[in-house]
Design a protein around this ligand. Structure first.
Ligand SMILES: [Zn+2]
Length: 61
């Protein structure tokens, strides 16, 4: 929509590793289950994490 971020991939990831902090959804703050990679220009890439519900709105924007 704003053209600044281009979604490259969405992959499920596990929060089961006990030695790491739980990753939370960037939108609603629930436990995240999906991670999305975005291209943001200049060869830069960012990763955002979302729950199952919010990742749908990311995909279809
Ligand atoms: Zn969410």
């Amino acid at each position: 929509m704003n053209g600044l971020k281009t979604l490259r991939s969405v992959d499920p990831f596990s929060n089961e590793r006990m030695d790491e902090e739980l990753k939370l959804c960037s939108i609603c703050g629930n436990i995240a289950t999906q991670k999305a990679c975005f291209d943001v220009g200049d060869s830069a890439r960012i990763v955002e994490r979302y729950c199952d519900t919010c990742v749908k709105s990311v995909k279809f924007e």
